[in-house]
Design a protein around this ligand. Sequence first.
Ligand SMILES: *Cc1c(COP(=O)(O)O)cnc(C)c1O
Length: 382
Amino acid sequence: MLLRPALPVAVSSTLPLISHLAAVRRRCSIAATGMAGVSAASPAAAQIGSFLSKKPYAPPSWASHLALAPSHTFSLGHFPTPIHKWNLPNLPEGTEVWIKRDDLSGMQLSGNKVRKLEFLLSDAVAQGADCVITVGGIQSNHCRATAVAAKYLNLDCYLILRTSKLLVDQDPGLVGNLLVERLLGAHIDLVSKEEYGKIGSVALADLLKNKLLEEGRKPYVIPVGGSNSLGTWGYIEAVRELEQQIQLSGDVQFDDIVVACGSGGTIAGLALGSKLSSLTAKAKGLGYAMNTAEELKFVKDIATATGIVLDPVYSGKGAYAMLKDMADNPSKWKGRKVLFVHTGGLLGLYDKVDQMSSLAGSWRRMDLEESVPRKDGTGKMF
Ligand SMILES: *Cc1c(COP(=O)(O)O)cnc(C)c1O
């Protein structure tokens, strides 16, 4: 399941037979009404006290045969996330792109990692943990989301962050994800890329875990990106959410689901869910090797054209790879309805501001004639 963000990756689930699908869809609609109490789209999600609460979890009927289904989950994100049409420039004729806004799953606790953490932290609490350990890059969205989720649930958080050899002995600063992590008081251990490559994330987390155990703590280790079999349930559940949104909307069906790949847990859940469920869509995980200047220019162009701010590390690469494939092979995409899952990552963009200054929009000093007479507003400030 280790898929690097910089590599072009395509994971497709097989398209199930249409006749089989009709049967599955009938089963699913019954299941969806029967399980309204645990459904992500349920209005109960808006009740006072339901956010951050622990609730029993029952998998969708089409996933009930999977081994090790979790029994509980914490409500950490704002779900269902909206889906709307994304009017990207230069799409092949008849191709429609829609976007599922998992970037809007929260504010400091936003993006795709929230879905995995709902299950992972429920397990941590059930096991009696008093702190969590996780690992990632210096601007890891996963580490930031884990720190927030842990603090919400009164758990201490230990982060092992990978940075360059030049910066490993310096204060990492307060830019982007680090601002949130450090405001929350997450403990940060820096390692160099070389050390990380040599020792590996598993042994690094083990080292810290043993140290904390010796101190009498009860640590719970979350792997890189939250991608293990338990974390995968986050996007299996997201497929149920999508199924319900499609059901409520009636006329929209998607042919493809496109998402950016990192540690692979998101595409694993989407591919598994879309294969087992009534969805007719195939899930594709995309990434693309790009240099920073290209990425940032693309992020800027898409933001200017559509108002959607992608992140340069994941969703920007995913969207770039999708648009490039559409431009290179328009016949493959012609007439298809595509759902792009925006996985978040806005905070990471703050780390690139220096490289973006030449791309940024225009500004000017307001042109004020000295003769403009003052008009009083209602308060002192006006
Ligand atoms: C982690 C991350 C991804 C990749 O998700 P995986 O489940 O690790 O493959 C994509 N986009 C953003 C913004 C992320 O933070």
